[in-house]
Write a protein that binds this ligand. Structure first.
Ligand SMILES: [Zn+2]
Length: 332
């Protein structure tokens, strides 16, 4: 058993309470390699933003669970070295799909876990979520749960269609499970292809796809039911067109990739939405930078020469999200 407190990490409780009051959201950035982690920590330290390091089951399998934990521990020390005196860093399990996986993360240094039983029937979602909450709370680890179904593909999580969260269920669910935050479905979606061209309109000037707006009326109804309760948005990459264009320019093939417009995320950040998940955008930045180097310098074979620029571009992306979209800069 390793407590996250020994690693210098924090849970989400205080962080979320402050974010709701202050009208901003905490960035939850997924990571599974060193360059991504360096970029996240540098961006957070330089902007003094609280940050959630997110690890999915797939990332755990990819990078090794033990190594990831030590990386997160190292991240705290690295942040201090960068001059961030009291780093506010959470290590969070993204989309835990079983009690055993959540327990294993609690036992090995995670400060927060998500149990995603949203695909199960309502009562089963409650039962499994409550089981995880009862275990995690013994160790002061916070728990995110999910109600409603997001469309899209993310590691092992995928669904063809979305079902909005039902506002009439949220009080019962939060009360009976004791969860600390709730991921909801209001039209965000996993991956870099969040919407089909048929779901979008096209900007007549640029020919680019314009996605359907988020269901802010559903968010408002949920906030009315659960005043001051931390709400989480998954699948909230904006899929910046500049990265998509770069990838396509340098030999990639991502036609019609489309995300959530940043103005809508900015608006959500000012509400009870206090955690916004961003993964695809950093994947796009990484890929765009690597493709550019490969295209311009075909003789390059030192990974530092293409992973370095990828790291720089991701850092720029993270800072932009923190300062211009979530508003969490200067809050830690
Ligand atoms: Zn997700």
């Amino acid at each position: 058993m390793v407590s996250y407190k020994e690693l210098g990490l924090v849970n989400t409780r205080e962080m979320f309470a402050k974010a709701i009051k202050g009208g901003y959201a905490i960035p939850a950035f997924n990571f599974n390699n060193m360059e991504q982690l360096q970029a996240i920590i540098k961006a957070s330290a330089e902007t003094k933003s609280p940050v959630i390091l997110q690890v999915s089951k797939g990332a755990r399998n990819y990078a090794n669970q033990t190594l990831l934990r030590y990386m997160a521990q190292g991240a705290v020390e690295y942040a201090k070295e960068l001059g961030w005196e009291h780093p506010q860093i959470v290590l969070h399990l993204d989309h835990g799909d079983s009690f055993e996986l959540c327990k294993s993360c609690v036992d090995f240094g995670f400060s927060s876990v998500m149990i995603d039983a949203s695909h199960l029937p309502y009562e089963e979602n409650i039962a499994l979520t409550k089981k995880v909450v009862d275990y995690a709370h013994q160790y002061d680890v916070t728990v995110e749960a999910e109600l409603g179904v997001l469309a899209g593909v993310e590691d092992e999580v995928s669904s063809a269609v979305s079902h909005y969260t039902k506002p009439e269920e949220v009080v019962d669910f939060a009360t009976r499970t004791g969860c600390d935050s709730l991921a909801i479905s209001i039209g965000t979606s996993h991956g870099a292809y969040k919407f089909t061209p048929e779901q979008c309109t096209r900007d007549p000037k640029t020919g680019k796809l314009v996605p359907p707006p988020l269901a802010f009326d559903v968010l408002d109804a949920i906030m009315e039911q659960l005043p001051g309760f931390p709400i989480v948005l998954h699948g909230s990459s904006s899929v910046p067109q500049e990265y998509v264009d770069m990838i396509n320019q340098y030999g990639g093939k991502l036609p019609d990739a489309v995300g959530i417009p940043e103005e809508q995320l900015r608006k959500a950040s000012k509400s009870a939405v206090c955690k916004i998940n961003i993964d695809s955008d950093s994947r796009l930045a990484f890929t765009a930078a690597v493709r550019k180097v490969f295209a311009e310098k075909p003789g390059e074979f030192d990974p530092r020469k293409y992973c370095g620029p990828a790291r720089d571009l991701m850092e720029e992306l993270y800072k932009h999200k923190i300062i211009n979209v979530l508003g969490s800069d200067g809050k830690a």
